[in-house]
Design a protein around this ligand. Structure first.
Ligand SMILES: Cc1cc2nc3c(=O)[nH]c(=O)nc-3n(C[C@H](O)[C@H](O)[C@H](O)COP(=O)(O)OP(=O)(O)OC[C@H]3O[C@@H](n4cnc5c(N)ncnc54)[C@H](O)[C@@H]3O)c2cc1C
Length: 392
């Protein structure tokens, strides 16, 4: 069988690329090894798919080569994808900081992409694994579970390593290495962070407590919600900063952003007869305030007026600059995306074609371009799929 393009992986990027190339009249075969397509789309956004972010720009992506995504992102924007969603009459809404979600179910996005593939007369091979890809003449020969096939170009859209139980594999990374391309070490990202059991014990009891914080690490900071868990920290603030965290790094947390708590407690001392716990409770969830005061060995029920100014200042400062060192992440099972992947230095910034292997392209999460939390990763999948679908 001869095809213009063989695409490996029918996820977000693969389906987009297949639809675009097919609708341009190219003979496209889309190969997916899992029993169901678009599984990550289905489970995304709590089942409602945060399908893009209206404010997405190159600054919202992490890569060894910052700004690499600029060209691709500029040619297919969040507005373009939102227009496609509207064309299919999929009701949606903006939730938080530009994040666009389906009102109904993420299945609507999968159905839309399948319909777009239909329009492009895309041929599906599914379920069908790819066992090998090799150069043959001016194109490629693929060994698949359903026999060999030839294609002029191959597009690798196998995604990242998170959630292996729904189909994630490292095949794209192995193929890249086999073809002599550099791979930036893959790491779990947008992932909860864990701490050593013993020092974490007092905080483990706070599991379920959430509050807005400022978290900083690796020259980046986020103002978002944080969630205490039994083993560590989660919530949007932590998922975001996890993309900038490396083993050995410390996090710095301000548990009451925008407030100088030392000053606020000193004022409370002057103006009221309340207890320390009640004073702190105006700025923090009460359970957290209680734990914090106990850890500082301060008497929570004493009137704030009885405490020395220096103690109050030190207490306030400790809450505004809590420094702590995670021992690791919660790993691939809990990560939303993979950081790292095929080194962008190996790829043309407009066509995502490997410089060393003409005709071989990489799109989506398998590339070392990782979006922040909030619809950015899908925008990269759509835009990179579109770029290659239009360029081949
Ligand atoms: C729980 C969760 C929630 C998420 N929520 C959001 C969200 O709301 N918004 C957002 O922007 N991002 C979200 N993401 C991230 C987003 O899902 C991914 O970044 C995006 O799906 C990447 O698209 P992709 O096409 O590169 O990879 P995928 O969508 O993962 O597709 C890769 C496909 O390749 C197939 N495959 C793998 N290996 C092979 C092989 N050897 N042969 C054949 N097929 C193969 C896989 O089965 C899969 O179908 C979420 C991720 C998770 C895990």
């Amino acid at each position: 069988m001869h095809h213009d393009i063989a695409i490996i992986g029918a996820g977000a990027a693969g389906m987009m690329c297949a639809a675009v190339a097919g609708q341009r009249g190219l003979r496209v075969v889309l190969i997916e090894h899992a029993a169901r397509v678009g599984e990550k789309i289905r489970i995304s956004g709590g089942g409602r798919c945060n399908f893009t972010n209206a404010r997405a720009g190159p600054q919202h992506f992490v890569s060894r080569q910052p700004g690499f995504a600029r060209d691709v992102l500029s040619r297919y924007t969040p507005r373009d994808f939102a227009a496609l969603v509207r064309r299919y009459r999929i009701a949606h809404h903006e939730k938080h900081k530009g994040q666009l979600f389906c009102d109904g179910s993420s299945q609507q996005i999968i159905d839309m992409l399948r319909a777009e593939c239909e329009l492009g007369r895309v041929q599906w091979l599914q379920p069908c694994g790819v066992r090998g890809v090799a150069r043959e003449g001016s194109g490629f020969r693929l060994e698949t579970d359903q026999g060999p096939l030839q294609a002029r170009r191959v597009v690798v859209a196998t995604g990242g390593l998170p959630v292996p139980k729904i189909g994630a594999t490292d095949y794209g990374l192995r193929l890249a290495r086999q073809m002599g391309l550099q791979v930036v070490s893959p790491q779990p990202a947008l992932v909860p962070l864990a701490f050593a059991a013993e020092p974490w014990r007092p905080f483990a009891e706070l599991a379920g407590v959430a509050l807005e914080v400022r978290v900083a690490c690796g020259g980046q900071h986020f103002d978002e919600d944080l969630l205490f868990t039994h083993r560590g920290l989660s919530g949007p603030a932590i998922l975001q900063i996890s993309s900038f965290w490396n083993p050995g790094d410390s996090l710095r947390l301000d548990l009451s952003p925008g407030n100088d708590l030392g000053e606020a407690l000193w004022l409370a001392k002057l103006q009221s007869r309340q207890s320390l716990l009640n004073a702190l409770g105006q700025f923090l969830p009460r359970r957290l305030a209680q734990t914090w005061v106990e850890m500082q060995r301060l008497p929570s029920d004493r009137r704030i007026a009885e405490l020395a100014d220096a103690k109050l200042k030190a207490l306030g400062a400790s809450l505004c600059a809590w420094t702590l060192q995670p021992t690791g992440t919660e790993g691939w099972r809990k990560a939303e995306v993979m950081r790292g992947g095929v080194d962008t230095a190996e790829l043309h910034p407009a066509t995502l074609e490997a410089h060393k292997v003409p005709g071989l392209h990489f799109i989506g999460e398998v590339v070392d371009v990782t979006g922040w939390l909030g619809g950015y990763n899908f925008q990269w999948a759509w835009a990179s799929g579109y770029a290659v679908g239009m360029s081949v």
